[in-house]
Design a protein around this ligand. Structure first.
Ligand code: GLN
Length: 591
């Protein structure tokens, strides 16, 4: 068996957040007899929104109370996404169990409202690593090790294991890449075999394609879809349903034509036309009856879905009561996908405040080059996570601007480290303070490598990763914003403090040797790792300023656990403060 492990929480019926292993009848039966599989493939071009389609199908199933998990297959040879450049590949998403995954895992978590884990992102690298390791250990003694059956068996075992670990009723499997790519072949072969193994009524193939519109002849062109289905059929897979991406709803005539040429029934061709908001996609597919196809084909009961969260969110996004503009000072400003979870967390927090959040990407290098004044246009400044020295001084200046101008500030990971550097330099009098990541010879290493990182060799999966506890100090702003979670987790209401968990991805920390100096100068340490030293004080997990409308910075990445249904507290507080500033400014102008 594969060594993949899937952590799967919060997948109880109808949005319950409890572990779901035993809460439905029949869990004692062998899971593999009941689990159903929905395979999603993509054709014609990449970046079609397969992830959103898969997630929306999941959301529609979850809205019906099904226990669902999702697997993303990435046909690249990297073992995980952790070593890839966010600028090319988008954000590296981090799960509770510390896996560094493709950003689609984050989309699944947000749409399905479940916590996924290492096993949910399968890559070619992992599969071959496992097969080669087994071969060296003698697991295939005397055999010739081949793509079929050894590699395909390993892929199937991993998919089955994810479903079993999650006790899932339905497993969504999204095959990355485009049909026809050389590298996705073993995966297509594996999912072809899976239908053979589990049967037709327990497996459904959904193919996502593009319907281009030709301006010159003013019509939608179905040929690319026809070709892509033909290619898929060449691998032995006849899709049961098609999701067709297009600019506007697909006209009936094109739908009929597609059905005729692809052997897919007309009512199994769905139109995923450009939406004003991604949260509108589940409802769009619901309206067209996509769940009917799943019910019919997989023998699922007909259940009335609970889609209120999605409908409410879309309503707020279409008719917000407030509007704020947030400046995100980062490095990858030309590639918003590099900060996908962050944008989503801001959106969730906006919706919770009935506000539209306009995100402006500010180049940290431009700020460093002197363009600090542009920050005056924002109702809040956010410095997100990041690595490397490029743009650092701009981020330090952004933190300084927010502190001095009393503009709401949210610092995430690196955003907390630069806030501490800024405070050390300009308030605590520690001239030239820095992180040793950026200046190994700084006289005041207020941010330094964590001791356990000194021994680390190699680059994959070696940071401090995954979910770690944070002890929130009573009476702080942080305790205030986390009150909602603390009430469920042992704290006793507003401001009382307690322990929360957030996901991490970092190598550096605030240097414990400087904590007392920084505190004496007025920095509030509002979150620490529980009980890591004799003084009951561990790593600095969060800092804030007391004499400021909202200056909160955390070492973790709370954006990874933000959900539409449960927005992240530090983000909600940040947007609330930004709304207040916006109102105050409007009032000042009016009077
Ligand atoms: N580069 C910093 C560190 O490794 C911050 C990491 C981050 O922002 N994710 O600690």
């Amino acid at each position: 068996m594969a060594s993949a492990r899937a952590v799967h929480r919060g997948a109880g019926p109808k949005g319950s957040t409890e572990r779901c292993y035993d809460d439905r009848p029949g869990v004692g039966e062998p899971v593999d007899q009941r689990t159903k599989y929905v395979f999603v493939t993509g054709g014609v071009v990449s970046s079609l929104g397969k992830g959103i389609t898969t997630s929306s199908v999941g959301a529609l199933l979850r809205a019906r109370g099904y226990r669902v998990t999702a697997v993303k297959i990435d046909p690249y040879i990297n073992v995980d996404a952790g070593t890839m450049r966010p600028y090319e590949h988008g954000e590296v998403f981090v799960t509770d169990d510390g896996a560094e995954t493709d950003l689609d895992i984050g989309t699944y978590e947000r749409f399905l409202d479940v916590d996924l884990g290492r096993g949910n992102n399968i890559t070619t690298g992992q599969v071959y690593q496992a097969v080669i390791q087994k071969e060296r250990q003698g697991a295939y003694l005397s055999q010739t090790v081949q793509v079929i059956p050894h590699v395909t068996d390993e892929i199937k075992a991993r998919i089955y294991e994810v479903g079993e670990a999650a006790h899932a009723e339905i497993v969504l499997v999204e095959v990355g890449g485009t049909v026809g790519d050389i590298e996705s072949l073993p995966f297509l072969e594996a999912i072809r075999q899976m239908r053979f193994e589990v049967g037709r009524d327990r497996s459904l193939y959904l193919h996502v394609t593009l319907l281009p519109y030709l301006g010159s002849s003013e019509e939608y062109k179905t040929k690319p879809t026809q070709h892509s289905v033909a290619a898929l059929r060449g691998y032995g897979i006849q899709p049961d349903g098609l999701v067709v991406r297009s600019k506007t709803p697909v006209p009936d005539e094109s739908r009929r034509k597609i059905a005729l040429f692809t052997n897919v029934e007309g009512d199994a061709v769905f139109s995923a036309y450009d939406a004003d908001h991604v949260y509108a996609v589940p409802e769009m597919l619901e309206q067209q009856g996509l769940p009917r196809l799943l019910e019919r084909h997989l023998g699922l009961e007909r259940v009335t879905p609970e889609l209120r969260v999605w409908q409410d969110a879309v309503r707020v996004l279409r008719q917000p009561e407030e509007r704020v503009s947030i400046g995100v000072v980062g490095k990858y400003v030309a590639m918003p996908d590099a900060y996908l979870s962050l944008m989503e967390a801001l959106k969730h927090a906006g919706i919770a405040n009935r506000a539209q959040v306009d995100i402006d990407w500010v180049s940290a290098e431009a700020v460093a080059d002197g363009d600090v004044d542009q920050l005056a246009a924002f109702d809040g400044v956010l410095v997100p996570g990041g690595f490397g020295v490029r743009g650092i001084e701009g981020k330090v200046l952004a933190a300084r601007f927010a502190r001095e101008q009393r503009v709401p500030y949210l610092g995430i990971c690196l955003g907390m480290q630069v806030a501490v550097i800024e405070f050390a330099r300009h308030v605590a009098g520690l001239e030239a303070a820095n992180s040793t990541e950026f200046d190994p010879y700084t006289p005041h290493p207020v941010v330094d490598l964590m001791p356990e990182q000194l021994e680390v060799e190699g680059m994959g999966g070696t940071m401090r990763l995954g979910s770690w506890p944070m002890s929130v100090q009573p009476g702080t702003r942080l305790a205030d914003v986390y009150a909602v979670r603390l009430e469920h987790g042992g704290g006793t209401g507003t401001g009382a403090g307690g322990t929360v968990h957030e996901r991490h991805r970092h190598r550096y920390e605030v240097n414990p040797r400087y904590v007392a100096r920084l505190r004496d100068a007025g920095l509030v340490v509002s979150g620490v790792t529980p009980g890591m030293s004799g003084r009951g004080e561990g790593l600095v997990e969060a800092v804030e300023l007391s004499d400021h409308p909202y200056f909160v910075a955390v070492q973790s990445h709370p954006e990874f656990t933000s959900r539409l249904m449960r927005p992240s507290p530090p983000f909600t507080g940040f947007i609330r403060a930004a709304v207040a500033l916006r109102r105050a400014r409007a009032q000042a102008v009016a009077s």
